[in-house]
Design a binder for this molecule. Structure first.
Ligand SMILES: [Mn+2]
Length: 426
């Protein structure tokens, strides 16, 4: 046992509570992320690891990996979390050779299968670490050297197969180093074409092994590279459309990546949702004063309400969910800090769900928005949308109708409505 037997009570999260006809657990589909929760050491660019982790004690890397997996499933069991997310190298150590790495991964996948059978937990999605090893310093799929491309492709083959073996609901691509440090040494369009080819090859392999999970691409504008090709939701959609990949991939949107892109999380979710491409969410937040990817647990109910409003408006998650791509702070060295972190965010999302459901349920916000656009349902608006009006027709209309009325956007009224729903939920 790595975590205390007695953990605190949830304040708001009640997995069985029905909200808008569906249990909270099915609305929220929480996932524990393996890399931050189990493997983060607390090291930062200025200092050594700080975390006290009993599961990292064993000298033998494979035994250590099994202990870590025991701890992961113990924590998920105690929190009542039914999904997990992982990179290949989080669960199994990289070997001396590619073949040894594959054997290590296969061993830990078999171990995970037994843990999953005991618990009913399964992956929300899997992915491959194509950024930590120095071979990937100039990119994986976008590397100038096809040898590196081939290595990354071979690694993704096995990561897809591992995710499939574990019954994963999805698989994520994110371009940790798929970008550039300087354009002086970079052929950008060539690298984008390489990346598109890589994604297509991966999708073809997923299909060939019978993997039915959803494939996702995760936008992030920068860090570690100066610019990443999957920089935000709109850039990703443009990229997927340019290369005919939109039918194959949806987006996995992360809160703090949105911030780094200079957008709100809601903007990114809205862009993805309205393109029919919102798949899953990496739930976290940055620090406004630091401005880098701090991956903190999100406990702000106003933010979770805004997120859950978008999720409800898309009709809920299908394959996706809320993945806690978040880590405890460097000074939060105890395993119990992981418990508090997850519980705080789970409660915040439960409250956000209740508040968002109330906003959708009472219909006041929707009525105000509907009313703003109501004139498009007839007259000149309808003709324009139907392609039946020319600029001259518009001129004729204006000469007759005169000056348009100035109308309030009612932002403060709307903000008060939303704030009231959040306060009522809390
Ligand atoms: Mn993420």
């Amino acid at each position: 046992m790595y975590f205390p037997d007695a953990i605190p009570q949830f304040r708001a999260y009640d997995p069985a509570r029905v909200v808008r006809g569906k249990a909270m657990a099915d609305h929220l589909r929480f996932a524990m992320c393996y890399w931050h929760t189990m493997r983060a050491t607390g090291a930062d660019p200025f200092g050594a690891p700080t975390m006290r982790r009993e599961w990292e004690r064993e000298a033998d890397p494979l035994r250590r990996a099994r202990d870590t997996m025991d701890a992961a499933f113990e924590l998920m069991g105690k929190l009542g979390i039914k999904f997990w997310t992982f990179h290949d190298r989080d669960i199994a150590p990289e070997g001396e050779t590619f073949a040894e790495s594959v054997r290590n991964l296969e061993q830990l996948v078999r171990y995970a299968e037994t843990k999953q059978k005991e618990s009913g937990i399964r992956p929300l999605w899997g992915t491959a670490n194509l950024f930590s090893n120095p071979r990937y310093m100039s990119g994986a799929a976008t590397n100038p050297d096809p040898h590196v491309f081939a290595y990354a492709a071979a690694q993704v083959k096995h990561a897809l197969e591992a995710t499939h073996a574990l019954g994963g609901a999805g698989y994520v691509f994110w371009g940790g180093r798929e970008g550039y440090e300087t354009l002086l040494n970079t052929e950008m369009q060539r690298e984008r074409e390489q990346y598109a080819r890589f994604l297509r090859m991966a999708a073809e392999h997923a299909k060939s092994i019978g993997f039915k999970g959803q494939l996702y691409i995760e936008p992030k504008p920068k860090e570690p590279t100066v610019h990443q090709y999957d920089s935000d939701a709109e850039a990703c959609l443009n990229f997927l459309r340019e290369f005919g990949l939109l039918p194959l991939l949806k987006l996995n949107i992360e809160t703090n990546h949105a911030t780094l892109a200079g957008h709100t999380m809601v903007h990114e979710l809205r862009v993805a949702r309205e393109a029919g491409a919102l798949g899953s969410i990496d739930a976290n937040v940055g620090d406004e004063l630091l401005g880098w990817d701090t991956d903190q647990f999100l406990i702000d109910e106003r933010a979770t309400t805004a997120i859950m409003l978008e999720v409800l408006r898309m009709g809920g998650f299908t394959t996706g969910g809320l993945n806690f791509d978040a880590k405890v702070r460097r000074q939060s060295v105890d395993p119990m800090d992981l418990v508090h972190a997850h519980m705080g965010s789970m409660d915040a999302f439960a409250l956000g769900l209740v508040a968002a459901a109330a906003i959708v349920g009472d219909g006041k916000l929707d009525a105000i928005v509907r009313d703003r656009y109501v004139a498009w349902g007839g007259g000149i608006g309808m003709k324009v949308l139907a392609g039946e009006a020319t600029l001259s027709d518009c001129e004729k209309y204006v000469l007759k109708a005169g000056e348009p009325a100035v109308r309030s956007g009612q932002q403060e009224l709307i903000e008060n409505l939303v704030a009231e729903s959040v306060r009522s939920a809390v």
